[in-house]
Write a protein that binds this ligand. Structure first.
Ligand SMILES: [Zn+2]
Ligand SMILES: [Zn+2]
Length: 239
């Protein structure tokens, strides 16, 4: 008996949204049947501004004034309790069926919306050491590596975290300043950035500050483009 089965005896898989037990044959799934439908509906939700879904919505945060980020793609919008719960679980728990589902769907979105060539590379914002210690997960890194495996696009840690105050406790303006102070280019890998099309994987885009700061860092090293793919983004991206 593999240890994973033993674990499931004591901690049987539960739906990430409603907590209902998931059937043994569905153990690779993070939703119960009902919530799987809910998730499909969340992905079909339309932007209140442009009336397009999150994959096609071109609305951008005001932070992106100088168009440092070339595009913000997402699986859904960050507006309902269901999506907020899903993102929270992703940030705070190492739920492997949820990670698998998110990685698979982001991989599909990247292949659908981006023109991938041998200059395309995936990266992510490194999480602060304090948060990784607190929650035991580095969600963007884990998902980015999984997307790399699924798509064959290489993944490189171009962005390092310098640590600092937690993002969520700050106002939009403070977030912008904090993000600028929080991230730096990975000196060991910066020579690989020039001429590359960067696909930036993150869990959620709220103000867009993190994406814009990381894009500016990469473009200063010669990146040709920088496109963000997140699980969710706020529909009314007020910077
Ligand atoms: Zn459920
Ligand atoms: Zn829109």
């Amino acid at each position: 008996m593999k240890p994973v089965y033993l674990l499931q005896l004591f901690f049987p898989p539960r739906c990430v949204l409603c907590g209902e037990l998931i059937k043994a044959e569905d153990e690779d799934n993070c939703f119960c049947d009902k919530c799987r439908v809910v998730w499909e509906q969340e992905k079909a939700a339309l932007c209140p501004v442009c009336r397009r879904d999150a994959g096609h919505c071109g609305c951008e945060p005001k932070y992106n004034r100088s168009a440092t980020v070339d595009g913000f793609r997402a699986l859904t919008f960050y507006q309902t309790e269901n999506v907020k719960k899903l993102i929270y679980t992703l940030k705070t728990k190492g739920n492997s069926p949820l990670y698998k589902m998110i990685s698979r769907e982001l991989a599909l979105a990247v292949m659908k919306y981006s023109k991938v060539d041998d200059q395309t590379v995936l990266t992510y914002p490194e999480r602060s050491r304090a948060s990784v210690k607190k929650y035991g997960v580095d969600q963007a890194k884990t998902v980015c590596r999984a997307v790399s495996k699924l798509t064959g696009i290489p993944c490189a840690p171009f962005i390092k975290h310098k640590s600092g105050a937690e993002q969520k406790k700050l106002s939009a303006k403070e977030r912008g300043e904090n993000a600028a102070a929080s991230y730096t280019i990975n000196q060991k890998r910066k020579d690989e950035i020039k001429g590359r099309h960067i696909i930036f994987i993150d869990d959620v885009v709220t103000t867009g500050a993190t994406s814009v700061v990381c894009a500016a860092l990469c473009k200063a090293e010669g990146a040709k483009s920088f496109t963000v793919y997140s699980v969710a983004k706020t529909p009314d991206l007020k910077g």
